[in-house]
Each structure stands twice: as C-alpha cells, then as structure tokens.
Design a protein around this ligand. Structure first.
Ligand SMILES: Nc1ncnc2c1ncn2[C@@H]1O[C@H](COP(=O)(O)OP(=O)(O)OP(=O)(O)O)[C@@H](O)[C@H]1O
Ligand SMILES: [Mg+2]
Length: 416
C-alpha cells in the first residue's frame, strides 16, 4: 500500500488570480484519497505550472492531468499537449483538437441542427484578403458573386449583429441598424470573415451559464455595464426550471464538443431562451470580471481536476456526434430532445459518480475555501490581478471592491 502522487499541471498564460487560489486551496486541502482502483494506495496531489521549452516528441510526460488555458492561441503548448495525449495518455481539458477545429460558426450550425433556437445567421465572404496568393484573383473572378448586404439584412431583419465567424472577446462585434451602417461595418471588417445575425430585440434576461464538467452556474449578465460590473451579483433572476433548462443547454453544447469548461450566453425573450454565443472554451476566469462568482469557479476547477486525476478518467480524444444526431432525428419536441441530449452529457461527464466522489472525498472543500477567502493570501491574489489590469491609482479601490464582493459571497454561503 503505497502513496501515489497524481501530478496536475497548469498550462497558463496571463492568468494570475485563479491559479494562485487553486494552488493555495489544494495545499490547504492536503488531500489523501484512497485510490478508487481498490489497490489500497493513497492518492496525493501535486500542482505545478507547465513551462515552455523544446521537447522531444518521445519524451515522457510527468502529468496525469493538465488544465490548459493556452491552446487557443499559443501553439507550442497546444502541440505539446497533443503529443502528450497521443503518446503519454495525458488527460487535458479542454480537448485541443476540438478547440482548434470548432469555431463559433460550427457551434451555431451544430446546435441549430439539434434544434436550439439560434437567431437567423448568415456568413458573408470577407471584404478584403491577404495579398500574395496567386490563386486569389482567378478564384474570386470565377466564383465570387457580388452581393448586397442590404438585401441580406432585409432577409434577416433589422437590427442585426455583424461579428467574426470565429469570434471571441467582443472583437469586431457591431450592431447595425440599417443598410448604411451595415455597409460601413462591412467596409471596416477588413479581412475578417463575418457573420450577420438577427438581433434578439427587447430581451428581458441575459444569462451566462458557465459549465465545468457537470457543474454549471448561471450569472445574470449586463452587457452595457463597465467590465467589472457585467457579471452582476443578482440572485433569483430566473426560475428553477429555467436554470435547469440552461444547465441542459450548456451541458449539451459542452459535451457535444468535448469541452469541459465553456460558457454559454443566452437571451430570454417572450419566455424563450436564445443561445447567441457558446464557443468560449477558455472562459473568463479572472476575479476582476467574476468577483462574487470567483470562489464558485475556483471550487469548480478544484473539484473537476481532482475527480479526473483521482479516478484516472479516460480522456475522450475523438468527438462523437452520432448519439446527438440520433436524438435530433426523432419526432419529439425540442424540450424532450434536450432531456435526451442532457442525458448523454450526464453520462459523458459521469455526473452521478462525480457527485458521489465530491461528497465522499471533498466534503471539507467548502470550509477550506471559505477560510481561504478570508485570508491575506487570497486578498493578495486579488490585488496581484488588479495591479496587472488597472492603473496604479485605482489598484486599492478595485482590490477593495472585488474583495468586498467575495466577502459578500461568503456571507451568502453562510446564510444558505
Ligand atoms: N444576436 C444577438 N442579439 C442580441 N445581442 C447580441 C447578439 N449577438 C451579439 N450580441 C451582443 O454582442 C455581444 C458580443 O457578441 P458575442 O458574444 O457573439 O461575441 P464574442 O466576441 O464572442 O463576445 P465575448 O467573447 O465577449 O463573449 C454579446 O454579449 C451581446 O451583448
Ligand atoms: Mg459573447
């Protein structure tokens, strides 16, 4: 009966706050879990940050699991991760092939096919191109049809949103109200391949549902507020049934694409939830945007990482869309189909086993997290993030603001 260490790697870029909190909480938890394989071994966990350096494609990988926050833009790490999955049976979230291949456009198409009420969306060819490709001129001269964006707008209905088909981070997103502003936005879009999408007008709720493995958390979102107030701290803004509906939407999307953390934005109008943006497979994890919700997120990182590493959960390397398509074919209402999609998701995320695992081995997590978020160490993590983002004269003010919201969250947890 040995002590076996599970190595958790953090593949990080500019993230500051959640890794500091994750590392500190893992240290405080000081887990010793009987190995679920029945060997009698005791599992311990070590967390380390993954470094960037030359590597041999045949070299070993010391990690059992890597939490990856770089794949979508830093390719050396992405390729190291791919080699480690293929060669060393590494478990990573998110699946790098899926992150690389499935842009917003693919997610719209797939979820339209599954029956989700995605607003009417068109793709339009780009305004301009990278010069130098000798095939460009003949290709466009032969095949590119002139089009009138005004007519596309008339088909879709005004106003509409013009946004990159592979969007993220609000880059190049613009609301256009009429033909003139649509042409202007198109002229300005340059080399980006754009979508135009019908605006969901007069929505009465905007919710971001964060999904982490089988864990979900709905936040009332205010897109017009300054960045630090967009994730509101409101509670009770939707019914239990709606929360459950958003959970199912989110888990369906995430499990379809083999993403283990992602967030789904949905707008409610006349009682219908319209998902508008759900290709965020490296979702915002910063205390400076999440504040009140930040401890939930850190706990979710801890629970899912420990569960996956302890159980040696097998990573799903290949996307498997067929079971969802089988359900989509059935003569059922969307709600009935959604139940079945969510059941596939719950099976893939092993929801029941996960909950049982957490109850058995992470029963003290809430207490540890509460104590941690009362500590100077936690406040310093907040301050470090604020210092990286805010001008020096605002550091104290915003550190206190976010810290205060975390303390409010602690009070709410205690009252619950
Ligand atoms: N169809 C729509 N109806 C109403 N509002 C929309 C629609 N599409 C986009 N928006 C608004 O524009 C914002 C940015 O659009 P979207 O989320 O698709 O882009 P993004 O670049 O992925 O943004 P982010 O990464 O910040 O989530 C949304 O948060 C929402 O406020
Ligand atoms: Mg968005």
């Amino acid at each position: 009966m040995a002590e076996v260490v599970r190595h958790i790697g953090l593949s990080l870029g500019a993230d500051i706050c959640w890794p500091l909190c994750f590392e500190a909480i893992m240290k405080r938890l000081d887990l010793r879990i009987p190995s679920p394989d029945g060997s009698g071994d005791t599992l311990r966990f070590e967390v380390e940050r993954v470094t960037i350096e030359p590597y041999d494609l045949r070299q070993d990988c010391k990690y059992d699991l890597v939490v990856d926050r770089l794949t979508h833009w830093y390719h050396t790490s992405r390729e190291w991760i791919k080699k480690s999955i293929l060669m060393n049976d590494l478990y990573v979230f998110n699946n790098p092939w899926s992150v690389q291949a499935n842009e917003k456009h693919t997610t719209y198409c797939a979820m339209m096919h599954l029956g989700m009420p995605i607003p009417e969306t068109w793709m339009i060819p780009p305004k301009s191109y990278e010069p130098g490709n000798p095939d460009l001129r003949p290709t466009l001269a032969r095949y590119a049809k002139l089009f009138d964006i005004g007519k596309v707008g008339d088909e879709i209905g005004w106003p509409m949103f013009m946004k990159p088909y592979d969007g993220g981070g609000w880059r190049g997103v613009i609301k256009v109200d009429d033909v003139k502003s649509a042409w202007k936005a198109y002229e300005d879009s340059g080399k980006s391949v754009m979508h135009v999408q019908a605006a969901v007008k007069d929505f009465d709720r905007f919710v971001r549902c964060i999904g982490f493995g089988p864990q979900t958390h709905c936040v009332l979102y205010d897109p017009d507020a300054p960045l630090h107030d967009r994730y509101t701290t409101k509670t009770d803004f939707i019914s239990k049934a709606e929360e459950e509906h958003l959970r199912k939407l989110t888990l369906t999307i995430n499990s379809f694409f083999e993403w283990e953390f992602n967030s789904c934005e949905a707008l409610r109008k006349d009682g219908v939830w319209y998902p508008i943006d759900f290709a965020n497979p490296c979702p915002d994890s910063q205390v400076t945007s999440l504040h009140w919700h930040f401890p939930w997120l850190v706990k979710s990182y801890v629970r899912w990482s420990v569960f996956c590493a302890a159980t040696k959960r097998k990573m799903r390397k290949n996307q498997d869309w067929a079971p969802f398509y089988e359900v989509a074919k059935l003569d059922l209402s969307f709600e009935e189909k959604l139940d079945r999609y969510a059941a596939i998701a719950d099976a893939r995320y092993e929801t029941a086993r996960f909950e049982e695992f957490c109850a058995k081995h992470l029963g003290h997590l809430d207490e540890v997290v509460d104590a941690f978020f009362a500590s100077d160490e936690a406040k310093d993590a907040v301050r470090q993030k604020v210092t990286a983002l805010f001008p020096i004269h605002e550091v104290e003010k915003f550190t206190e603001l976010f810290w205060g919201r975390i303390q409010d969250w602690r009070a709410t947890q205690k009252a619950a």
